[in-house]
Structures are given as structure tokens and as C-alpha cells.
Write a protein that binds this ligand. Structure first.
Ligand SMILES: [Zn+2]
Length: 331
């Protein structure tokens, strides 16, 4: 990497940063570029990859094309390219091909930097052109813009949305996968008078296959466990200790017995308490989970932190199965 940094360098990088802000305003990863020739900016560009649906729409490529049009020449030997993020391999390739004399960047690109960070395409001995490189000019401002963009992107991804029903396909995954996923989802119950109760699930347990000695299907198919062998997306409700109804969601593919026990919802911790509060009884056993019926599930994108614990009330199971951390609880 070269070390020569010129006094007006910061001003040119500020122009590149202005280009990056145009990308930011469009919701693009904020990267901007200017090309300076004999003290004059002759090319500008900013990242438009998403909006143009083109991997070629990087800031440097756009700026190089503009500068070459201006000079009516494909060679940019006397030019300096200022870019807010260290160039990727594609742009580094274009820079070498255009014989750009100097590259000045602000922030090192840890994932794809091709001016020395991941790979150094600017100084490949076998190439017929070498590029002088300076890094770290206006680094803080350019890095801050990138950081702000990615922080906002993450916040956007985690934002809750209006609840939508979980489709039948959702329940085709295994109980092992769905037991933690169901924590935070919304359990919905339509009462006989039409009123709909909605409670967020706080705790679940996984019961998985005939080999799981804690699973009701451990002893195989019976009239009671038949429902667990069905295609995922239906209820399995049974009476426990002759007093509590427990609600399970059958998961996975037909033929393999598995289910997720719903152990708690917000306000009603305990599998018997929630079924009582939501008026869930034996008559709902074996029902499809669907908003066309009385029971279904919804999601609204809410993120919850989950703790893993051993399952409760399975003293009859083998020590190995008792020790499995197949209970998932909102922390
Ligand atoms: Zn690039």
C-alpha cells in the first residue's frame, strides 16, 4: 500500500461520501466514488445494485464509465479514484484494466477488499499495471454511514408485522425444529360466541418418535396416539391426571409420531392453565389448525430469546431422554 496522501484528498473523499449518501437515500449499501483528473472530478458513481438489479452497478464501475466517456479514452492512467469502501474484485479488475493510476479508499472491506485486505489485485506481479493505493482517508465518516445503514437494515428485519396465519406447510418441519420456533408465536382460539382469544406462546416441549421414551407414541400406534402419526398441522389433545387437558401440535410428515406440547402462554404459565383459560378441550382433538376452524396459530415477526431446559413430568422416561433439553422457554 502506498503512503502518499495529498492535502486535498479529504475534500475529494467528501465528494465520494456525498455519492454514497445518494445510495443510502435509495436504501442501497452506501458506497460512493469520484474520479479526479488534473484537479477536476470527471466521473461520479454510487452503488445502485439492488435498484438496478445488476451486480455491475457498483459505484466504481459507474464512475469509471463516466470518466472514460469524458476523456473519450478507456485509459485513466493520470486519474485518481476515490471510493468510500475498498474495491471488490470486480471493481479492482476494472481499475487495473482502465490503468487507473491511484486508488484512495476510506474504509477497508473485510469481506471482499481487493486492494490489499482480502487480496491485493492492485499489485499483482504478473499484471502489466500496478496501482498506487492509499487507505483510511475520511475513514470514520464513511464507516459510520455504512454502520448506520446496516444497523437500520437489521432493525427493519426485526420489526413486527400484522399477524398472519401459519400455513399447514409450516408444521411439516420436525418437532425438534418447531418446538423452539413456536415460542413467540400466537395461539388463537375462536369461541362458540365468535370471540377470538389470542395469546403468545411462552413455553413448549418437543416429543419425538417411538424411540423417545417420554413420547406417548413410545409404545407404538394406539387409538390415543394415532393422531400423532398424522401429517403435521393438527391438534393432539389429551386429558392429564384426569383433570387437565393438554394441547399438542402434531408436526412433521405422516407416519412418524411427533408433536410439540404447548406448556404456556402469556398470562397462563402451565399447560393445564392455558387450555382452561382458552376453553380448549377434548372436542378439539385431531382438528386441523386453521382460522376456518376454532384453533390456529399466527406469527407477527416478534423476536424472542429462548432458554433450553429439560422436559417436565417425564419421570417414567429413560435417564437419557429425561436429560434431553427439549423444553423451550421465553427468557
Ligand atoms: Zn465493486
Amino acid at each position: 500500500m502506498g503512503t502518499r496522501s495529498l492535502p486535498q484528498e479529504t475534500e475529494y473523499m467528501r465528494e465520494a461520501l456525498k455519492e454514497a449518501e445518494k445510495a443510502y437515500a435509495l436504501g442501497e449499501t452506501p458506497i460512493g466514488c469520484v474520479i479526479v483528473w488534473r484537479g477536476e472530478i470527471i466521473g461520479r458513481g454510487y452503488n445502485r445494485r439492488a435498484i438496478d438489479k445488476s451486480v455491475l452497478a457498483h459505484a466504481e464501475i459507474t464512475a469509471i464509465a463516466e470518466a472514460e466517456r469524458y476523456l473519450a479514452d478507456w485509459r485513466l492512467e493520470e486519474a485518481t479514484l476515490y471510493v468510500t469502501l475498498e474495491p471488490c474484485p470486480m471493481c479492482a479488475g476494472a481499475i487495473v484494466q482502465a490503468r487507473v493510476g491511484r486508488v484512495v479508499y476510506a474504509t477497508a472491506n473485510l469481506k471482499a477488499g481487493s486492494a490489499g485486505t482480502v487480496i491485493d489485485m492492485m499489485h499483482v506481479a504478473g499484471f502489466n499495471h500496478q496501482v498506487e493505493v492509499v487507505g483510511g482517508i475520511l475513514e470514520k465518516e464513511c464507516t459510520d454511514l455504512l454502520k448506520r445503514f446496516f444497523r437500520e437494515l437489521r432493525a427493519e428485519k426485526d420489526k413486527p408485522y400484522p399477524p398472519k396465519e401459519l400455513p399447514k406447510e409450516f408444521f411439516q418441519a420436525s418437532a425438534k425444529e418447531l418446538a423452539p420456533k413456536l415460542v413467540g408465536k400466537i395461539l388463537c382460539r375462536r369461541l362458540n360466541n365468535g370471540e377470538v382469544l389470542r395469546y403468545r406462546i411462552t413455553e413448549t416441549e418437543c416429543y419425538y418418535g417411538e424411540k423417545d421414551t417420554a413420547c406417548h407414541a413410545h409404545k407404538g400406534r394406539t387409538a390415543r396416539t394415532e393422531v400423532m402419526y398424522q401429517d403435521g398441522g393438527i391438534t393432539y389433545i389429551y386429558l392429564c391426571y384426569g383433570i387437565h387437558y393438554l394441547l399438542n401440535i402434531v408436526t412433521g410428515q405422516a407416519g412418524f409420531p411427533e408433536a410439540v406440547l404447548i406448556r404456556g402462554v402469556e398470562g397462563f404459565e402451565g399447560p393445564g392453565k392455558l387450555t382452561k383459560a382458552m376453553q380448549i378441550g377434548k372436542e378439539l382433538n385431531g382438528q386441523e389448525l386453521s382460522s376456518a376452524g376454532e384453533l390456529w396459530l399466527e406469527e407477527d415477526g416478534s423476536k424472542v430469546k429462548i432458554e433450553r431446559h429439560k422436559r417436565i413430568g417425564i419421570d417414567y422416561a429413560s435417564p437419557k431422554d429425561q436429560n434431553r433439553k427439549w423444553r423451550f422457554k421465553k427468557s
